[in-house]
Design a protein around this ligand. Sequence first.
Ligand code: HEC
Length: 478
Amino acid sequence: MKFSFFPLLIFPLVTAAAQTGSDGTDALFQKNCASCHGAAWEGGKGGSLLRDRWKYFTDDDEAAGLARVIQKGIPEIGMPPFAGTLSEAEIHSLVALIERRRRQDRERRRNQPPPAANRIYRAGPYAFCLGTITSSPNEIWALAFLPDGRMLYTEKQGELHLIDPAHPGTNLRIEGTPAVWNFGLGGLLNVVPHPDYAKNGWIYLTYTEGHTSIWGRTRGMLAVVRGRIQDGKWTDQQDLFHLPDRFFSTSGDHVGCRLVIKDGFVFFSIGDRGSSTSAQNLASPNGKIFRLTEDGKIPTDNPFPNSDGPLAAIWSYGHRNPQGLAFQPGTGILWEAEHGPHGGDEINVIDRGKNYGWPIVSDGMEDHGGPPTSQMPQDGMEQPKLSWTPAIAVCDIAFYEGDIFPLWRGSLFAGGLHSEELHRLTLAGQAVVDDQIVLGGEGRIRDVVNGPDGTLYLVLNSPRGDESRIVRLVPIQP
Ligand code: HEC
């Protein structure tokens, strides 16, 4: 059946009904769209439908474009078609609901004081504000400093940039980085210079690579490479971790990925790819943390040496979606943060060969309101050092090592995506004894990094997904 759009007749009626809120359209959205576009319209793997600009259609008639996208979907990027599931009238009422919510959201933002660039935060004895280093209309995912103070950052859609904070306005896009599969939570993710970068020039990247079948469906998997930058170009690339095609999946869910390097070893994470049980299966790369030598070999003392090929790189398992990894200065202990389902975000200490329990034990509820997973500790499964319910959507973590806020030295900072909060965790040994929120409401906190100037730098993604900022905490003298 060909879809026909007749806005003149039906549209005004539906719009009126939607405005009364009595037509069940909100329930339609919750049932069919919220799992990807966010129950509070905040976005998820599908992005918020309240973003200022549409990415996938440019029709002058917005309602017609929306109706077409909902009806036909955009299968290559994971937006399903609803022509078979929803009637024409239901699609019309969803279009009206989306337009109404967008109008309300614009109105709300107009009436809001602008996010004060000079808002002053106080935390304990300290006061600070945020200073913006750079911003982008795209989703910045990670940042890292080079020893000379310049900064690299990734944009999820596949760009690596080099800027010099000392010379605002300089921004070099590095040519020739690997092609990425920018889908769902995948894309160009982490960037990490080697600890001896000044000597060897290596830069590590994690990203999702895509394979497109003859049927036109793309499947993706996480990959790790290292390379160098010369004259603004990515060169000398070495492939450190590529999995065989049978491990690729069409899911854009839970790909991780954070990477850290210490003492000649590289550790990185892959999430469960939306298939929770695979996190317990040592024959699957999903839901694991991996350990390789810094040049991509499998260390002989890894815990599962008899696993198939690259899977012998598995270091720990039973993870849902780890997006934070940090070595603790002084102890060398590897700390990790991972997203829980509904609630149950975790902070863990990662040990060789251990099982972290997902999906058998978790403090959260299974996605889509399913039954709760067991909250009872189980033999042979590690308990988190801290868990958050409701989830803050914990992303990156970093131990503060600077000297601008001396009392914070040694604290573990954790950024929340959904909560938009920066948490400072105080540790006593491996116990988390305090959880303090030091800032909030500035955007989804994607990355937390120590700066060479002794303060913390953050990557912030706007909740509407149309702006990212790299900011630093600027101390204010009392
Ligand atoms: C299985 C996940 C999923 C579900 C369910 C889903 N979508 Fe999407 N949708 C996506 C993804 C992924 C995108 C691409 C988002 C991006 O790349 O920013 C998308 C894109 C869109 C776009 C285009 C946005 C743009 O910027 O151009 C619209 C409109 C949209 N979805 C509406 C809906 C509506 C309405 C529903 C419910 C009827 C729905 N979607 C259900 C995953 C989903």
